[in-house]
Design a protein around this ligand. Sequence first.
Ligand SMILES: CC(C)(COP(=O)(O)OP(=O)(O)OC[C@H]1O[C@@H](n2cnc3c(N)ncnc32)[C@H](O)[C@@H]1OP(=O)(O)O)[C@@H](O)C(=O)NCCC(=O)NCCS
Length: 164
Amino acid sequence: MNVRGYRAIDLEACRTLWVQLTEWHRDLYGAPEIGGDDPGAHFDQHLAAVGATNIWVAECDDDVVGLVGMIPDGTQAELEPIVVSPPYRGRGIGRALVDVVIATARERGLRTVFARPAARNAETLRFFHSRGFDVLGQVEVMYDLVSREHWRSGEQMARREFRV
Ligand SMILES: CC(C)(COP(=O)(O)OP(=O)(O)OC[C@H]1O[C@@H](n2cnc3c(N)ncnc32)[C@H](O)[C@@H]1OP(=O)(O)O)[C@@H](O)C(=O)NCCC(=O)NCCS
């Protein structure tokens, strides 16, 4: 496995990985409408916004099987997106993708790298925690004006119950 900077030939593979990221969230919420009709196009928008120097891919046997990006903002950066193709998960590829972002952030003299996984995404929260993301910065709380049914209860913070 090899992690390297994004190249133009990776475009289709990265669109597919973005679709797989969307499928993960669709399954998480049981909500097939997440991501719209063409979720892969979000990769193109992301690329246009941050540029190739903020995107890396993981290759296995010449196949692109993982994608990570960073969104720099002053002395901090958001790690976004990160996704590994389902058959390749749990083999250390995600770890290598986080490592390249952390190393780049250090080289660039940044002070903070943060990630904003969905609160329901417990597996990925555990993944980030295991990679050293053990500080809770800001937390986004939400008032649902349309009473969506997909939230489930059972998470606690500050001794209060929250839906996720
Ligand atoms: C999150 C994701 C990128 C991790 O990539 P991965 O290649 O499967 O992760 P790794 O194999 O590198 O795992 C690294 C560490 O996380 C831990 N880990 C990975 N998946 C885990 C899980 N489901 N539960 C608990 N720990 C987990 C591993 O045990 C390992 O810990 P270690 O370093 O102590 O051994 C991948 O699972 C994925 O694409 N998930 C779906 C998309 C997603 O949620 N993206 C993030 C949106 S913000």
